[in-house]
Write a protein that binds this ligand. Structure first.
Ligand code: GDP
Length: 295
């Protein structure tokens, strides 16, 4: 909860700080503190702070929006967008990853609905066999949305579920296969090994990289933890893009900037609520404007 409150005010606080006319050392201390609290990390914080110092040295009259625009300009190259396209003549496979509770299952349901509404045939694969509740939850969504689900009993081999799902989706000529995966196991090594195995199965079934994309769901209220999550999953399966969930929950997603800066991963979708319709394509301009309080 603290995170949400903290991040809620980030853009607004940046804006009010930029409006202060006496610019002294305290000003820069406050700016740096704010950027750190906004999950931008120490390296980026110092870079931004130095740029602001330069600007103030150069220009006599600096107003709030000059500074907001300057910070936005610095962040712009660190944020990337990837809007996936579906090739209707092939099976398109999305592997959906993320730690438990980030909104993975909900996001899969939202993507399934979006593509089903476009007239595409969608199948879900319940490969988080580690939690019985995860299979049940995915099945509830599949039934509500009227899409097919491939599942086995909990505790079964996730690789076998993925293999079955791929075989049947290919045989039926499906357009989209969305694979749910485990977000936690006994230990990190097990999780990484399991995910790498699934990744290999998709590739050995002949799905090329144009038709196979790996997404990590990041809870936008997570903060600094987001970067360590992304690093682990990226090492395991080499991610293609991020999906930002719970963006409606007042957070502005400063940790996304850090992930972008460190791993160079683009963002595809943004979850903005709990309903199936609450999924949007990532809009970089809007995201950055909201972050620096220009919105
Ligand atoms: P999983 O464990 O990662 O599969 O997480 P779930 O999909 O079960 O979601 C966990 C909780 O987050 C549920 O209560 C969802 O309704 C909620 N949730 C998921 N996405 C969003 C979102 O974009 N906005 C909001 N407000 N809640 C979300």
């Amino acid at each position: 909860m603290r995170n949400e409150v903290k991040l809620k005010g980030f853009g607004a606080r940046l804006k009010s700080l930029f409006g202060i006319s006496t610019i002294d050392e305290t000003y820069f201390e406050e700016l740096e503190e704010l950027l750190i609290e906004g999950d931008l990390g120490s390296k980026l914080t110092l870079e931004i702070s130095d740029e602001v110092r330069e600007l103030i040295k150069k220009k006599k009259h600096v107003n709030a929006s000059d500074l907001q625009v300057l910070v936005k300009e610095q962040l712009t190259p660190l944020v990337h967008t990837y809007h996936p396209t579906i090739d209707p003549d092939h099976l398109n496979v999305f592997l959906i990853l993320g730690v438990n509770g980030v909104g993975k299952t909900t996001t899969i349901a939202k993507i399934a609905k979006a593509y089903k509404d476009q007239g595409l045939s969608v199948t879900l694969a319940a490969a988080d066999t580690f939690r019985a509740a995860a299979i049940d939850q995915l099945e509830i969504h599949a039934n509500r949305l009227g899409v097919r689900i491939v599942k086995q009993t909990s505790g079964s081999d996730p690789g076998a579920v993925v293999y079955d799902a791929l075989s049947s989706a290919q045989a039926r000529g499906d357009n989209v296969l969305l694979i749910d995966t485990a977000g936690r196991m006994h230990n990190k090594e097990n999780l990484v090994r399991e995910l790498a195995k699934i990744d290999k199965i998709v590739q050995t079934k002949g799905i090329d990289s144009d038709h196979y994309k790996k997404f990590l769901v990041i809870d936008s209220t997570t903060g600094q933890n987001g970067l360590s999550q992304a690093t682990i999953f990226h090492q395991a399966v080499s991610l293609d893009a991020l999906i930002l969930s719970k963006y409606d929950s007042l957070a502005k997603g400063g940790s996304l900037i850090q992930i972008g800066a460190n791993l160079g991963l683009p963002i595809s979708f943004v979850g903005v609520g709990e309903r199936y319709e609450d999924l949007e394509l990532f809009d970089k301009e809007r995201f950055l404007n909201a972050l620096v309080g220009l919105a």
